[in-house]
Design a protein around this ligand. Structure first.
Ligand code: TRP
Length: 321
């Protein structure tokens, strides 16, 4: 059997119609917004991978170092033979650190970006020939279901990258609840959470000198042009990243450099100069704040790991057996 034949692929991705109606609804609101899940087309997913390698973007490095340092402890807590699920695991980039110790019975990456997921799953299969992979192309913000072919085992959800910070706190609790339901009694959640810290460090991480994060943000508009027939003039939009200290979140916006009208198909949208489209939030949590959220969702804290510089945290939670 070759490696590729061990990958089961399930395609449940969102349609163009949904993309169109989400964009139109979002741009009709004031302040205007676009759901951040649409960042991740093939181009956006590549740009995102580039963000994770930027000097200013400390979360990826900090999290990988923590995972490496504590992989044995994690495996010691969770045990082997589990069913490892990764919502949003499109690039399968961090899971390899856990695989040797955890020896899961199967790995289920779920991601909205189909090609990205397929390629990453194939690479991982080549690296770990013993690993059974059931890749599911799905929008995990809408539904979180195991592919029917996945084997049984204690479920361990892996949600790295502080992606939980991209929900607002109420949405984060709801999402954590859906993970608790997915893993069931006795199931685990291993989750990476970015910590509150100095505003300068935070803002630099989301507005790098090379402008990669700006490209990533602007790609949202380029994607609307490509896929929905929009006519955004990218030169008239500016990337903004600001830390909102009161709400404990980085806000990403696209700022209109002038008064302008943008068309998407037959719809048109007016923007004043300096008006913004809110494209994403990234909430930051202290260890205590995050424990409180996860507790509300039905999890019990097992362990927390924080790096020496107190930049990033990894929590292990469990649903009561
Ligand atoms: N969830 C991570 C964060 O908030 C990664 C991420 C999501 C991100 N969207 C982003 C990073 C946009 C930079 C820009 O940090």
């Amino acid at each position: 059997m070759n490696n590729a034949s061990k990958i089961e692929f399930h395609d449940l991705h969102t349609t163009r119609d949904e993309f169109l109606s989400d964009v139109i609804n979002g741009l009709r609101q004031r302040p205007a917004s676009i759901p951040p899940k649409y960042f991740y087309d093939a181009k956006g997913s590549k740009l995102f991978d580039a963000i994770t390698e930027l000097a200013e973007y400390y979360p990826t490095r900090s999290e990988i170092a923590l995972l490496k340092q504590h992989a044995d402890e994690i495996a010691g807590e969770v045990g082997t033979g589990s069913l490892l699920v990764e919502p949003g695991g499109g690039s399968c980039a961090k899971v390899h650190i856990l695989l040797k110790g955890l020896k899961p019975c199967a790995y289920v990456p779920m991601d909205i970006s189909k090609d990205h997921l397929q390629m990453a799953a194939q690479e991982l299969a080549a690296q770990f020939p013993w690993l059974e992979i059931h890749a599911a192309c799905t929008d995990f913000t809408r539904e979180m279901k195991m592919p029917p072919s996945a084997p049984q085992g204690t479920k361990v959800a892996f949600f790295p990258g502080s992606s939980i910070g991209n929900f607002d706190p109420a949405g984060a609790v709801a999402f954590l609840q859906s993970i608790a339901t997915l893993v069931g009694p006795g199931g685990y959640l291993l989750i990476g959470v970015d910590l509150k810290k100095d505003k300068k460090i935070l803002e630099a991480a989301y507005d790098d000198a090379a402008g990669v994060t700006a490209q990533f943000n602007l790609n949202l508009l380029a994607r609307i042009n490509r896929e929905l027939g929009g006519n955004f003039d990218l030169a008239q939009w500016q990337h903004l990243a600001l830390y909102n200290e009161a709400l404990g979140r980085i806000e990403m916006h696209l700022r209109s450099r002038c008064q302008q009208t943008v068309k998407i198909g037959s719809e048109s949208f007016d923007f004043a100069q300096d008006e913004t489209i809110h494209s994403e939030n990234s909430y930051k949590y202290s260890v205590e704040e995050f424990n409180a959220l996860a507790t509300q969702a039905g999890f019990v804290s097992q362990q927390v790991w924080v790096d020496d510089k107190q930049l990033f945290s990894i929590h292990l939670f469990r649903v009561k057996p």
